[in-house]
Design a protein around this ligand. Structure first.
Ligand code: C2E
Ligand code: MG
Ligand code: MG
Ligand code: MG
Length: 287
């Protein structure tokens, strides 16, 4: 029997030990039935309102529990899934799981779900997303879809799809912002609501003034375009303080929480919200 890796034992599979291409082909084939056989798990990383310190949502991050290889990280199988087309099934599975979970979170806490470039090319995307909201009962304002700059650059299918999704009240975030090549003019025409500042810029905040200059520029740009900013990969209290000083709205990173299993994120979001904090302190002072 294959060893069951625990939820938090990260056994990262590293390709390249064998012939990479043959190995990718093998993984690609295994992926075909990974969804059907329940090998995909979705973890959720809390997203924090930097001004209050309270969670306001969580990002869905997929893991593949391969029966023989252990946990395969998304960066090791999403690109393969994109090439073979299984990403459409994988992406829809993650979306549905995330919407189901988020429906049980308190208040207006939202799920932020990554979409790949290939999903954006799928003409059935809008109907599929709206179908998931319908089935799960999650209101559209509690769903954010994350896409990368490169996934939408110069595209005639993606932009109308994003416009329709937005018209339904779903928010769109640009993930890893700053690592692509979109011009300011282009960005100003994109149907988006949120910029996620890439982790590489957040990591620079501790070091040099040049590092913080980029983050500062992205935040001013977002302010001009009336977009919300999210910083990813916050690992230190200094980074959080600097981001807050610069006016960044939201943050996520190991400083607050790692990606958590569904029951753990429910507990996190429930126990760290404003309502929970005030009722907890009220009951403490009452006893
Ligand atoms: P991403 O969307 O930019 O997600 C952020 C990544 O940074 C996640 O890696 C997360 O675990 C990691 N992270 C979060 N906080 C910290 C921190 O403080 N320090 C460091 N060093 N890392 C942090 P993960 O889960 O391995 O995902 C990697 C990428 O895979 C994601 O980058 C996303 O592009 C892609 N991905 C994950 N799940 C999905 C999915 O369901 N669909 C699609 N299309 N892509 C996905
Ligand atoms: Mg993301
Ligand atoms: Mg990101
Ligand atoms: Mg990133």
């Amino acid at each position: 029997q294959a060893k069951r890796a625990g939820q938090h034992d990260l056994v990262i599979y590293r390709p390249g030990m064998l012939d990479r291409r043959a190995d990718d082909d093998a993984l690609g084939q295994d992926l075909e039935n990974a969804v059907a056989s329940g090998q995909l798990r979705v973890l959720y990383q809390p997203m924090i309102d930097l001004a209050t310190g309270h969670p306001i949502g969580a990002e869905a991050l997929v893991r593949w529990h391969h029966p023989l290889r252990g946990i395969v990280a998304p960066l090791d199988f999403i690109p393969i899934a994109e090439r073979t087309g299984t990403i459409n099934g994988v992406g829809l599975y993650v979306l549905e799981q995330a919407c189901r979970e988020a429906h049980g979170w308190p208040g207006d806490a939202y799920a932020s779900v990554n979409l790949s470039a290939r999903q954006l090319q799928d003409t059935g995307l809008v109907a599929a997303v709206l179908g998931v909201l319908d089935r799960t009962g999650l209101p559209p304002h509690r769903l954010v879809l994350e896409i990368t700059e490169s996934a939408i650059v110069d595209d005639r299918v993606a932009i109308p799809a994003l416009e329709t999704l937005r018209a339904h009240g779903i928010r769109i975030a640009i993930d890893d912002f700053g690592t692509g090549y979109s011009s300011l003019q282009y960005l100003s025409r994109l149907p988006v609501d949120i910029l996620k500042i890439d982790r590489s810029f957040v990591a620079e905040l501790d070091n040099t003034s040049k590092g913080s200059a980029i983050t500062e520029a992205v935040i001013s740009l977002a302010r001009i375009l009336d977009l919300t900013t999210v910083a990813e990969g916050i690992e230190t209290a200094d980074q959080a303080a600097e981001l807050q000083r610069l006016g960044c709205h939201t943050g996520q990173g190991f400083l607050y929480a790692k990606p958590l299993a569904a029951p753990d994120v429910l507990e996190y979001v429930t126990h760290h919200t404003a309502a929970a904090t005030s009722s907890a302190s009220a009951s403490t002072s009452a006893s």
